[in-house]
Design a protein around this ligand. Sequence first.
Ligand code: GLU
Length: 316
Amino acid sequence: MNYQEIFEKISDELKDFEQIGQVAAYIPALAKANPNSFGMYLVTEEGHEYAHGDTDTPFSIQSISKVLSLVYAFKLVGTDLWKRVGVEPSGSPFNSLVQLEYEQGIPRNPLINAGAIVICDILLSHLNEPYDNFIAFVRELAGNSGIDYSSKTAESEKACGFKNNAHINLMKSFGNIENDVEEVLDFYFHLCSIEMSCKDLAQTFMFLARSGKNPLNGKQVLSARETKRINAIMLLCGFYDEAGEFAFKVGLPGKSGVGGGIVAIYPDQYSIAVWSPGLNSKGNSSKGIKALEIFTTITQSNVFGPSPIFDELEYE
Ligand code: GLU
């Protein structure tokens, strides 16, 4: 497969893409992103790598970090995790409070804000040096010791994190938060603030395409069985209330963030990251989703089965 040529074709196809969307202005630090940035990076099972566009520029991964914190917590506490957070798609926006009250402070899944906040609480309870331990984990997956939190972004989000404050206080009232709410939220905002490039992101998620094994050092991060569960959660919950649409059009487990990044994996084949900061009304990268839709259509790689392309416009 000539992936480089496919990237060129996608970029060409989307060069006049009009529904580029709006950058996430509700976090002041993210409002400065350039909506015209665009990058795609692919890492394959054989270890080949393909890049197009802005693939070395670090950006705020935001909610994409929720998968990494989930993986870390799953490693630490195993299936006990599911007593504190569910695995059902929410069908509501990433920061919706409504379900949380009905469901007695147990978030629907670990990839919406409330769920990720509970995961942060679990990490704080189990790690001696949570900030250092977590970033070391991410750096090892990415093979990049330069990856870091952005205190500036974390502070910026903290200054207007009223909704996340509401989430954590509601969960605390139901007994689903063990630690001090300020400490948990601070950790959550830092996890969201981590900056990575498309290249780092595709590399970081490669273990989920390889039955849990980090291809860079051969270490088993999760068992194959556990990996399958994380991928299932990404497929069902990785795109807020657009998870169904993403499965329908792209057909891969993945995760997006309001920084405009998306990462998706095709088991036993590849990990792919795209970045375009303009978001659609559901908070997902508008151009990023379109690019992945075209990519999986041309390469016939989706978890639901291949379909031959009859003409150029099949993915429309
Ligand atoms: N830090 C963001 C928030 O809590 C993450 C949202 C996202 O990327 O979906 O609102």
